[in-house]
Design a protein around this ligand. Sequence first.
Ligand code: ADP
Length: 688
Amino acid sequence: MNRTAQTGQQRALWPTSLLGSLWPILAVVAASALVLVLATLSQPYFYVVFTADVYLPVHYFLETASFVVGFSIFAVYWHASREMRDAQGIFIGTAFFAVAAIDVMHALSFPGMPEFVTPSSVDKGILYWLSFRLWLAFSLLVAAFVDPRSRNPLLRRGPLLGLNVAVTTVVFVVVSFFPDRIPPMFVAGHGLSPLKIGLEYLVVALAVAAALVYLRAYLSTGNQFFKVLTMGLIVTVFSELSFTLYAAAYDTYNLLGHVYEVISYYFIFSALFGSAVRRPYMELQSAFSALDVKNRELKKLNDMIENQLERTIAELRETAQISNRRVAQLDGIIDSLTEGVVIADVTGRIMRCNPAAAALHGFKSPDEMGSRVEELASLPISFPDGRPVTIEEQPISKAIRGERFVHHELVSWGADGVKRCLVFSGCPIKDESGQIVLGLTVSRDVTEERELDRLKDEFFSIASHELRTPLTSIKGFAQLLARRLARESGREEDLRSLEVINHQADSMQELIEELLDVTRIQSGRFELSKNPFDLARLASEVVEKLQITSDKHSLRLKADASLWVNADRHRIEEVFTNLISNAIKYSPEGGPVDIVARRSNGEALVSCRDYGAGIPKEKQPFIFQRFYRAASGPCAVGLGLGLYITRGIIEGHRGRIWFESPPRGAEDNPEKGSIFYFCLPIFPVEAW
Ligand code: ADP
């Protein structure tokens, strides 16, 4: 046991103020000294030499008490040694084996006692006495320097007991069988010999030294063990001083010495017992108390956690109620929408389908909706051209796959069997980590709008045709009149008026042609007259023609040497004109317009780039729709038909048309502009 390391714990177990707790030591010194001084001063009156009948039983009783205590100390340490691991305590405990055993021999050899191996005598009693007293004082002094934590094998209980048995045996053999070799300790009639007194002083000196060492240890550590041991050693000192004073073996000083001895044993026993037996219990008790405190703290903590938990549960319940209410509200809103809403998770399980979606998609009620996307395959739904929609082409499948789309038009036969035009928008819904968790589609019934469009187209078609005949007459007569006026040298103003009529009639004709084109594209009656021609050459002709229309713009053409296509030259010229005119129109500040025509992957790829305002992101999906105009402001002149017709022409040639705004790689450029691309299949001129 590490007595120094345990200081803190000891201080908690024992009084904490060292000086305040010194008073028991001082009291022991004072009381012991007082008794001895009183005994010495009162000697003339009270000095008694007891008779053997009186003294022997008393002596035997006191000695028995001493060696019983001595053996008890030994027994306690011997049995507790393994658990204690206290080299210092074991050293003292085993020393008490020799002390108690020699004390027994002393008690049995005291003058007047029956024979113990050899006849009893005063000298024999004194020799045994001095032996164990010297051994006791010496062992206690040496023990003060033994480190309690020492793991030295010599400081284990076995070797130490062996040492003490050896000491006992030597003392027994020498005192019992070789008393003649030892000088006399007591001379009858003269009292104690100087050697005996000297040896008693040696015991006193050893005991004083040990007491001082333990006192110092007590003062520096506060360990109660050292304090009680010090008190035992102080009483031992007085015991020995008494034994230097007696004149007869049965006198007052001898009795006093034995009484001191028993008291000193009591202190030593209580120190060692306290260390070996009581302290572990006290430590246990203090551990229990600490545990109790900890338990109470734990309980408090537990209560706190329970309260917190209850509060959190209440809050969660409230939050759940609020979110349930919100979900119910949202459900109500979704259910009341006239647009069809379908939500599916990534595994294809349909999570939500409002009544509008069920009606539009052909279900009698939302409950009858298949629980999986695959079941949508049986829905009566097709593309506007009549081609059936596969499960992968279903809008909700595309949304789950992560596609975003708007204006995806399909035809459906709803729950009532009526044919409807539906326009779908869809998008994936992602979680915080960007992972797709749901797909959402919203469908809108545009049947009426389409019917209106059809009627409008029909009207345009009829109106355009009806307008064409009078316009041809107006133009023809205007030209006739102009020629006649020129021949008859008519007035200059009349001639100019006829030119204006002719020019306006041209514009009107162009407009009518555009409208007719729109109706032709709509009805799929768009006719093309294809012939092989060099696209690069056409591009250069158009560029040359359009350059004259604007001196703020510089049209820059880069074209591959020969780029033959089999197409409607007149219509493709229209496409070039349209794209380049738009590039000029929508970059009103002027600047370059770059036209590139080159061969790419077996196709003729044409691009037309301007550095104007560009097309806002939100408007981009609609610019190929007819009558759609994204621009406003000074350049906002037009009908919004150019790109629609352009796309109709390109797609009529099985080509593709698209745009980037801003062009890829120019996102950071404030003058970002747009770039329009189209491509047409290359005509193998070599084979022609
Ligand atoms: P219009 O030019 O008669 O309005 P178009 O069909 O040619 O009709 O174009 C449709 C819309 O697309 C235009 O109103 C304009 O907003 C936008 N647009 C077309 N080309 C460009 C371009 N090069 N730069 C910016 N916006 C353009």
